[in-house]
Write a protein that binds this ligand. Sequence first.
Ligand code: 4NP
Length: 155
Amino acid sequence: MIHVLFVCLGNICRSPMAEALFRDLVKKENLIDKITVDSAATSSWHIGAPPHKGTLTILKQYNVSSAGLVGRQLTKQDFDQFDYIIGMDISNVRDIAKITGQPNHPKIIRLLDLTDDKKDVPDPYYTGDFQETYELVLNGCRALFEKIRKEHNLA
Ligand code: 4NP
């Protein structure tokens, strides 16, 4: 099994959107028995909470299931449990390194560093632009999927 974890600050906007979009890709590619997907926050602010209304609305708009999305906080143990730990911005990556005690580990990656558009995913909690989030996160998820496909020789 390959285990993928998306991480953002609150785990209610960007990382649950990434979890839902990536799971959708995995389902469409018939790899649900090979790849698991989860998401977590670097903060403790929204533990047990459903995604933000903006994330739920955009997922619904694009016919992507939001089933099972619940806020949780990243733990040190997640480092051993997951093969890919994907932050949405540079401060997420720094916080992941701090929480896991793993500075500069190659499995900790900023999502859009996998694309040609190497930058942070802006936080829609502050920008209000969930459409932008959707487009950037989908682009990043597609790139991550191709990386995993290559690294694990998946058909
Ligand atoms: P996220 O966005 O990291 O994409 O989930 C945020 C959600 C909540 C807060 C900040 C960012 N907050 O301050 O509660």
